[in-house]
Design a binder for this molecule. Structure first.
Ligand code: SF4
Ligand code: SF4
Length: 449
């Protein structure tokens, strides 16, 4: 019985907490987003019904709660598309949490979805159990529909917006997850304004699309990753130093982020949380909440529909399988030498260029999955996105330093917006002041002394 497994490792020797991403439908999804290489992962489980059984669900919840010594535990659902499990599955998950939760444990739920199946019933459930929904939207319709399509190849924007309306109707908390890809990399500001103004997003995460391929796999990879009748399937692995035509370009990624930053820093500091901006500011205080730009990683494993556990959501592939919860307790897998090495390799495999980089404390070489090009001095294993990351971190560095000074002086980082407004002011002394007071500039912030 899967629920009877006990950890072998002493809890004091294991990480106190971690963030396990659960994929109850494996790679199964109701959409066919062209850049989604996860669609290919069904190759790992041929002839299997990609649905988490009740036994795996119970074992997963029990082991997750047993593993944590932190007061808050996150149950994180992801896909594939997790709504395909049906609502009853998640109702049972809540019952298992109630059964196994220690009195001192608070459980939070997150749920990453394409939004297409969300209706009144789903939204009411999310609200009742305080789920935080991550909704995938790539920008306004004409941008979103480029890659986020149905199995028939049609754009999904209208369906996503219908689901979004239900979230709004029930007052469900949501974040927006927006990929940065070849179709939107030149439209940073437009995408950001859409998410902020039309979707009223207050928390946004940008995710660069990088689909790796080799000379041999590139033609197939460019076609997409889903099943095609009679078509040849390939399993996506983190291999190859080429990328698909949908992938963001390094300088495009940098441009996109800078474009968004220039808008955000003028209008939205303290009001809209853009994940990368937030974690960049925190890095100046030595705190790293996002694995990608932390010195080490390895605390974000993924669990498949059948209980298989992998080192990371991006490494669901045979070489990175840690075991199955039916045979090994989750905590033993997270604490295993294999997984600890996976995490520390992030720091020990940096190229010389990274080691000597003046923004390394912000970047830390990025995610290992993206380290597949040569550095400027020809060393392999350098981050594909480096040019964009460097441009972004260099660009924001002076502003971030000012925000750090504001925080250290017990002031609000949002004061940076007024500094920008002053810097941007092009009016004359008799024009209305940039601060919006309605007074003439000369009688307001333009007053001498
Ligand atoms: S491999 Fe990348 S995404 Fe995975 S845990 Fe490490 S930094 Fe995070
Ligand atoms: S900006 Fe480039 S060189 Fe600097 S740490 Fe990041 S990946 Fe390495």
């Amino acid at each position: 019985m899967l629920v009877n497994i006990t950890p072998a490792v002493r809890k004091s020797e294991a990480p106190p907490g971690f963030h396990l991403l659960s994929k109850p439908t494996g790679a199964a999804c109701n959409l066919d987003c062209k850049y989604c290489f996860f669609l290919s992962k069904d190759v790992l489980y041929p002839n299997e019904r990609l649905r988490m059984s009740d036994e795996v669900l119970e074992g997963y919840i029990k082991q997750l709660l047993e593993s944590h010594r932190t007061p808050i535990v996150t149950v994180a659902w992801q896909g594939g598309e997790p709504t395909l499990m049906g609502l009853d599955f998640y109702k049972r998950s809540i019952e298992y949490v109630a059964k196994y939760r220690r009195p001192d444990q608070k459980v939070e739920y997150t749920f990453q979805t394409n939004g297409v199946l969300i209706d009144d019933e789903w939204a009411a459930f999310f609200k009742e159990h305080k789920f935080l929904i991550g909704l995938s939207v790539d920008g306004p319709k004409e941008i979103h529909d480029q890659f986020r399509v149905t199995k028939a190849g049609n754009g999904t924007f209208d369906q996503v917006m219908r689901g979004f309306q239900y979230l709004g109707k029930h007052g469900v908390d949501y974040n927006i997850l927006c990929t940065v890809n070849a179709a939107n990399e030149d439209h940073g500001r437009e995408v950001y304004r859409f998410l902020r103004d039309e979707l009223q997003a207050e928390w946004i995460q940008f995710i660069p699309i990088i689909e790796r391929a080799t000379q041999e796999t590139l033609p197939l990879a460019n076609l997409g990753w889903s099943e095609r009748p009679g078509g040849q399937r390939i399993l996506y692995t983190q291999a190859g130093n080429l990328v698909t035509e949908r992938s963001v370009k390094p300088d495009g990624y940098g441009r996109f982020l800078i474009d968004v930053f220039e808008e955000w820093v003028r209008k939205d500091v303290g009001r809209v949380y853009v994940q990368l901006f937030d974690v960049t500011l925190e890095a100046y205080f030595g705190s790293y909440k996002l694995c990608i730009h932390a010195p080490t990683c390895g605390y974000g494993p993924a669990i498949e529909h059948n209980g298989d556990v992998y080192s990371c959501d991006h490494y669901v592939e045979p070489d990175y399988k840690l075991g199955n919860i039916a045979e090994t307790h989750l905590l033993d897998m997270v604490a295993s030498p294999q997984q600890r090495k996976f995490g520390t390799d992030k720091a020990t495999t940096l190229t010389k260029q990274c080691l000597n980089c003046d923004v390394r404390f912000l970047c830390n070489g990025g995610c290992p999955k993206d380290r597949f090009v040569n550095s400027l001095d020809g060393e392999p294993g350098h981050n594909y996105l480096c040019a964009g990351l460097k441009a972004f971190f260099d660009h924001v560095n002076p502003t971030m330093k000012t925000m750090v000074q504001l925080i250290r002086g017990n002031r609000f980082p949002a004061e940076i917006m007024e500094m920008y407004a002053a810097k941007d002011f092009k009016g004359g002394r008799n024009d209305p002041c940039y601060c919006g007071s309605g007074n003439k500039f000369k009688r307001c912030h333009g007053r001498a002394g």
